[in-house]
Design a protein around this ligand. Structure first.
Ligand code: BES
Ligand code: MN
Ligand code: ZN
Length: 492
């Protein structure tokens, strides 16, 4: 596990600012720049702060952006970050301001002065700071230095700490997701993944691990076919959070957890294959959301299910042309063993609906390369049979700044899945590949069940830094799903 930065809240200690070592970040509302801390700093800097704030470089800053001064004259600090954050700035801008600090964190202590901002802004800032300070270092033998600590100086420390506490729970969920996605497949085997989920029992989640013999008894032939060429046994893990009213139907989250996707016998080209260690990204988001819900004590009933398998070529691996039988009873002709995620989801989704009779279900999967062709890395593809649930999800995603875009579905796409010898094929051709994949999954959703499928192939992992994450796993979806559950399913 990577170590999150420790953030504490306290009232500003104006008198010691000049001798403060490490880093200082000053949040400035251009309309009210002269806070007590700013005045004190300016005095120690002999007017240097006022000159910096009047400079063109500062006035050009957008909300959340920072002007960094190294070794400011008159201060003991090694750096002074001047961050433009008006009192009327949005949640996204407050998080961005925090990220500007998180990105620059070193082992030295950092003091963040946020007197001119609201309590909510200060809390959101601490959230953005923590998210951007994340770093995945367990396999770096030299870089083990801890970050921080960070002190956030605000006028009402207790009120800010209260607002920041549920956000810290969400950040921990995001880190859990990122750690799982960043972990290589020789370490994060199906066994290791299941063990990390089982450890969440300590948080009050009920965690069950279904092993291959039980999956066989349940008839999960589609899921088991994918994993049969691997040395790692296939597993389904069920995580239940009972925070709502007893007897209320739970909301279900289902994730694709392919710990490595070689393509199987329909093997992938070598170039870039190493990226397929992230093919368990959907399962990782489900796990991260469950962790956040437990940590903040969400007042909702939510069940998270993940199908953990490894897709490998082997003497026992499934072949193109094989016919498998799903738990639902439908037969599937496996034309391409690399279209394996939908086979896993088919059985886990059916099991989730059959056992839990949920009030709605959302599944997440790094499902298709085609969604990256369609939407790039900016938006997750959103597929749904229910405008209300899709709309509520899109609203939550927008509020969290997580890109999501609704995609079409329809009978003509479904027709592409017709098989000569079985009930369906597992692929529908190259054209509209993300949509035919969604149509395949929809065949395993019961009539009347509100359902959303999120294809996160383009958003789970990024090759460059983003506002709230360094390059690598993003944890896309944890914040949006946490908000959706908070706003739609929690008893107030
Ligand atoms: N895991 C891949 C999809 C993927 C691609 C995820 C790139 C992340 C980045 C999935 O299992 C897959 O191989 N899909 C095939 C489907 C095809 C065989 C119909 C694809 O997209 O090429
Ligand atoms: Mn594949
Ligand atoms: Zn895959």
């Amino acid at each position: 596990m990577s170590h999150p930065v420790a953030i504490q809240f306290q009232s500003p200690q104006i008198d010691t600012l000049a001798s403060q070592t490490g880093r200082i970040a000053l949040l400035v509302d251009a309309a009210k720049p002269a806070t007590p801390a700013a005045k004190r700093l300016d005095k120690a800097m002999r007017g240097g702060l006022a000159r910096a704030l009047a400079s063109e470089a500062f006035t050009r800053l957008k909300p959340g952006e920072s002007l960094d001064l190294a070794f400011p004259a008159g201060l003991a600090a090694e750096a002074l970050h001047l961050i433009h954050l008006p009192k009327k700035a949005s949640v996204a801008e407050a998080r961005k301001a925090g990220a500007a600090i998180g990105r620059a964190l070193t082992p030295a202590a950092t003091l963040v002065l946020a007197e001119a901002q609201t309590n909510a802004q200060a809390a959101e800032l601490s959230f953005g700071l923590a998210l951007r300070a994340y770093d995945f270092t367990p396999h770096k033998t030299a870089e083990k230095k801890a970050l921080g600590p960070v002190t956030l100086a605000v006028t009402a420390p207790e009120a800010v700490a209260t607002l920041a506490s549920p956000l810290a729970a969400v950040a921990e969920g995001v880190f859990f997701t990122r750690d799982l996605v960043n972990e290589p497949a020789n370490i994060l085997t199906t066994h290791d993944f299941a063990a990390r989920l089982a450890a969440m029992q300590e948080l009050g989640l009920d965690v069950e691990i279904l092993e291959e013999d039980q999956l066989t008894k349940l008839g999960m032939g589609a899921l088991l076919g994918v994993g049969q060429g691997s040395e790692s046994p296939s597993k389904v893990v069920v995580m239940q959070w009972h925070g709502g009213k007893k007897g209320d139907a739970p909301f279900a989250l289902v994730g694709k957890g392919v710990v490595f996707d070689s393509g199987g016998i329909s093997i992938k080209p070598a170039g870039g294959m190493e990226e397929m260690t992230m093919d368990m990204g959907g399962a990782a988001v489900v796990a991260g959301v469950m962790r956040s819900l437990a940590l903040r004590g969400a007042k909702a009933n939510v069940v998270g299910l993940v199908g953990l398998v490894e897709n490998m070529p082997d003497g026992r691996a499934q072949r193109p042309g094989d016919v498998v039988k799903s738990m639902k009873g439908d037969t599937i002709e496996v034309i391409n063993t690399d279209a394996e995620g939908r086979l896993v989801l088919a059985d886990v989704l059916w099991y989730a609906q059959d056992r839990f009779k949920p009030c709605g279900v959302i599944n997440l999967a790094t499902l298709t390369g085609a969604i990256i062709i369609a939407l790039g890395h900016e938006h997750t593809g959103v597929f749904s049979n229910d405008d209300a649930l899709a709309g509520a999800f899109l609203k939550a995603a927008a509020a969290e700044g997580e890109g999501a875009w609704r995609m079409p579905m329809g009978q003509a796409y479904d027709d592409k899945l017709k098989s000569r010898i079985a009930d369906m094929m597992n692929v529908g051709g190259r054209d509209g590949g993300a949509i035919t994949a969604a149509q395949f999954i929809k065949r395993f959703i019961k009539d009347g069940m509100p359902w959303v499928h999120l294809d996160i192939a383009g958003t789970a992992l990024l090759k460059s830094d983003s506002t709230l994450a360094p390059k690598g796993a993003t944890g896309w979806g944890v914040m949006a799903l946490n908000r959706l559950i908070r706003d739609q399913y929690e008893s107030k």
